[in-house]
Design a protein around this ligand. Sequence first.
Ligand code: GLN
Length: 473
Amino acid sequence: MSDILELTAAGALAKIEAGELSGDEVFDAWAEAADGDELHAYLKTTEREGEADGRLGGLPIAVKDIFCTEGVETTAGSRILEGYLPPYTATAVRNLQQAGARVLGKTNMDEFAMGSSNENSGYGPVRNPWDRERVPGGSSGGSAAAVAGGLAPWAIGTDTGGSIRQPAALCGIVGMKPTYGAVSRYGMIAFASSLDQCGPLTRDVTDAALLLQVLEGRDPCDSTSTGIEGGVELPSREDLSGLRFGVPRELSGDGIEPGVRAVFERTVGLVEELGGEVTETALPHAPHGISAYYVIAPAEASANLARYDGVRYGVREEAGDLTAMYERTRAAGFGPEVKRRIMLGTYALSSGYYEAYYGQAQRVRTKIADDFRAAFASFDFVITPTSPTVAFRLGERTDDPLAMYLSDYCTVPMPLAGIPAISIPAGLAAPEGGAGELPVGFQIAGPAYSETRILDAAHALERAIGFDARPQA
Ligand code: GLN
């Protein structure tokens, strides 16, 4: 059984196809591992259901609790949705099930995907398998910790400003945010609809490609979904010759802790050894990404979260009249970060301030997208560290929302521009101030719909990096 847990999803699938393992055996081995969860990566594990057939052979998958699953409690990490049983399943999960994957459990997350550490979960934080006193990143921290901690072979999450890539980096696994529209958002509980995107968290790049092949597609239930024309190919590239990489100075210098910068620079050296051409470039507006994101995302969230009023979903706090019932339900059901975002967003959209905040943020967003367009005229990819720091201590940033928001410095520009990016583990580094070494992620971003090319480049680099460290815990 322990051998099964050593396999990647693609590795397990090969053994199922060769008749050496059955899909049920693989599922049961992972279910047993998931039941031993000491990281609080799961909010709920589920029974084995359905047949072990289809392309994915009955493989189990961990699903972030932001995806609606018919008849299975779905909370998005919020107390306000406690007990909510969705009447339908999200398209992304449905696509996986139709391909023969089976849900292993629903993973813990920051409430409504707002956070970078998982400490905003209404159900208590997730622990990082590399150091249980540290955060796994967020908001898809449960999915990342499950994969890194040997509690799931692979997982899906969502990324609005970095929530797949940053936890993947902090947990030492692969995470990819696809192009906006590549994967349907139908049944994915909305945070910021113009940014939210579903994607894979996996042990290696091949598994990320395999998962994205099944996830992507146009969905008549999501009018913003496009799929990826031509689909996604499994990666095979072993060198980077002929490829041009731009290193934006704004996202790779100041503010990046020394250990992370050292791993980044070493990895840039490997890109060159593999034949890639690396040049410094500029994304002049990228440093304003955080400011624009923290106006746009809360603005959209304030509208999306208006639906939680105690009438239709989850929790209701009874009161003498309707308005008081709304107020009491929302006061009791939402956590402090969600309330902060609703207030920020409502303020930014209010008459008299709309142009000064929301309008201005949208203009910055356009400038950031223009910067990337200009960079991609000269480069195939832009490369940066994924997170300015390695995993931080539980509680370290909870009293300082601005310090928490800076975790997203290198990851928010891509969703603002709608473009895809992957984070792969590049090595280990000690945190500033000392302590044991922790994983560092390397980010590769490309133009819209360049997923196959990004995965191919990441595959070549992954081989050269040869990251094989594992959490001790
Ligand atoms: N950390 C960012 C936030 O708090 C990103 C979250 C996300 O991508 N869902 O909004």
